[in-house]
Design a binder for this molecule. Structure first.
Ligand code: SF4
Length: 358
């Protein structure tokens, strides 16, 4: 709720001092049980930072991150380096929360320890978080998962090192490692981007099948609208569009893909559509400027106003709230979508387009 994440970084090019990176700015997002949300945007838009904040890996600079209504950072003790709740009645313990919020990384090859075989890699979190589980039960659970995801015979795969697995198999191991904890939410940070195109659909189908089976929610981070559509459409989920640290539009895949309202969503769609759908001879995106502002110095008002072809004076000065304009559950942060007299009465921004015209 109202989450912002800021980092301080040294200035480049030998300049003295530091500057603040506004990675995520005032974003609110609900993720429900058995939900699928895909966050889409260009690299550097803050989607990964927001995802990591949602699962408690990144502490927000401002705002609240809650798990089932409980502020997960509320009682963090600096000395423990993590949450430190007592687990008393009605409260979730540190262990509960860490088990409930899991992650699958983009590159399973580097996320899996190359010195250990699959069984050791998968045993590790179980030993850590379920220390009372017997070795026989652990093995049965691991073998069951391996076979479930098509890695049979399980005894054979259990003895392999990560480098003896294909990219798709490594990603399945990463998925099993997350699922072993019976999590409520899995963050998939570009979880299928490294896979060959032919394997992506297979992996997405497996993810959705497992979601159904285990009632897990997913928060997917992706720069690819087509993948986001595939994952959310089948699961009845939502796509959120991020630009320069802000959530600018969120809705069902039908709303976002077939009837986008925010001008930036239209740019993303343009970038992923084929030549036929873009229009004959159209080679430039629907923006006034190709320059993406720095996250260290985001524009005032609507952050997209420096590039938006629909921008008016009011957009430069006032930040549009993310809200439902049409009563259809989709929320958009843009003045155009509402009965905004101030917007329609203000003058279009005068700056000339810097995009070469065809
Ligand atoms: Fe464009 Fe204004 Fe809407 Fe921002 S608020 S996206 S600048 S029309």
């Amino acid at each position: 709720e109202n989450v912002s994440v800021e980092f301080t970084k040294e200035r480049l090019m030998g300049l003295a001092g530091s500057e603040t990176v506004h990675a995520v700015s005032d974003v609110s997002l609900d993720i429900y049980e058995n939900d699928v949300v895909a966050l889409v945007g260009e690299s550097g838009c803050g989607k990964t930072t927001l995802g990591k904040t949602a699962i408690g890996v990144q502490r927000p600079t401002r705002g609240t991150v809650s798990y089932r209504g409980q502020d997960i950072w509320e009682t963090k003790e600096e000395s423990s380096g993590w949450f430190n709740r007592g687990g008393s009645d009605g409260e979730y313990s540190e262990t509960d929360i860490r088990k409930a919020l899991q992650i699958i990384h983009q590159d399973p090859g580097s996320a899996l320890n190359s010195n250990y075989v699959v069984e050791s890699i998968l045993s590790d979190p179980l030993k850590r978080w379920n220390p009372d589980m017997s070795e026989a039960d652990r093995r049965e659970r691991i073998y069951g998962f391996l076979e479930y995801v098509g890695m049979a015979p399980a005894e054979d795969y259990a003895e392999r090192y990560p480098h003896q697995l294909s990219g798709g198999e490594q990603q399945r191991i990463a998925l099993i490692r997350a699922l072993l904890m019976n999590p409520d939410l899995i963050l998939g940070d570009e979880a299928i981007s490294a896979l060959d195109v032919s394997l992506r659909v297979e992996m997405m189908d497996l993810l959705l099948e497992l979601q159904d089976q285990f009632n897990t929610s997913y928060l997917f981070i992706s720069h690819n609208l087509a993948n986001a559509k595939y994952l959310t459409q089948r699961a009845g989920g939502r796509i959120g569009i991020m630009y320069l640290g802000e959530l600018v539009e969120i809705g069902t895949p039908e709303q976002i893909i077939h009837n986008p309202q925010h001008p930036y969503t239209k740019v993303l769609l343009w970038a992923t559509s084929d030549v036929h759908n873009r229009g004959e001879g159209v080679t430039t995106p629907p923006v006034r400027s190709l320059d993406i502002p720095e996250a260290t110095d985001p524009p005032s008002g609507c952050r997209f106003h420096t590039r938006c072809p629909e921008a008016r004076e009011t957009c430069r000065n006032t930040k549009p709230a993310l809200k439902d304009h049409d009563g259809d559950s989709r929320r958009t942060a843009c003045f155009r979508g509402e009965d905004q007299h101030e917007y329609w009465q203000s003058t279009p921004l005068e700056e000339e387009s810097t995009v070469p015209q065809q």
